[in-house]
Design a binder for this molecule. Structure first.
Ligand code: ZN
Length: 198
């Protein structure tokens, strides 16, 4: 699979006049979806950044640019984790906990393929916005063994040539997965959102 772009939008608060909204700025990295190391870890860092600070709230541009530069150059993973631990883990800046998240063992996907979602962040794996059933099946056939989640970096477990999956074991879980798939189908695609921004 060709390189894939993972991005997160961050709100930066600096020189804001009263009542002015922060301008979102983005951090974008290019990852190789076929090799988990180290790109699944960089993907996980961006996901943590997005989730732990309500869409990445930065007080000033210098701090934001420092984080952006360190992440986008993808050179020193453990340096980023230790420099930004308190920010990535607001409940105590626990470096061991952060590495446990970044290097989590491969897990079965949730739900039977191709209607499966990531077991950690619940992003649909093969389904994208506006896809018809045939297209979802084709996406699964084309790439039946994804290595890791391109949203949160969770690795997927494989077994004897197929992806391992956890069938839904309760009505509640089935509902959760259905909801995630439904949400995904109503999200704009990347191309659509990019076009809207032009
Ligand atoms: Zn995920």
């Amino acid at each position: 699979m060709k390189p894939y772009s993972v991005e997160v939008f961050c709100d930066v608060f600096q020189n804001l006049k009263k009542g002015e909204q922060p301008q979102p700025d983005f951090i974008r990295i290019s990852v190789n979806p076929d090799h988990w190391w180290p790109d699944s870890c960089w993907t996980a860092i961006l996901h943590l950044a997005d989730k732990t600070q309500q869409n990445c709230l930065f007080a000033d541009y210098d701090t934001f640019q420092r984080f952006k530069r360190q992440v986008e150059t993808k050179i020193h993973l453990s340096g980023v984790v230790s420099d930004w631990a308190e920010w990535l883990d607001p409940k105590g800046g626990d470096i061991r906990k952060l590495f446990a998240y970044l290097l989590a063992n491969p897990k079965p996907v949730a739900g039977r393929p191709p209607e499966s979602v990531c077991p950690r962040c619940e992003t649909p794996i093969w389904q994208q916005a506006g896809m018809r059933r045939m297209e979802i099946d084709a996406a699964y056939q084309a790439r039946p063994l994804p290595v890791y989640c391109l949203t949160c970096g969770q690795r997927f477990k494989h077994e004897t040539g197929r992806i391992a999956y956890q069938a839904t074991s309760s009505a509640r879980e089935a509902h959760r997965i259905a909801k995630a798939l439904e949400l995904a189908s109503s999200q704009p695609t990347l191309q659509e959102s990019e076009l809207a921004a032009v």
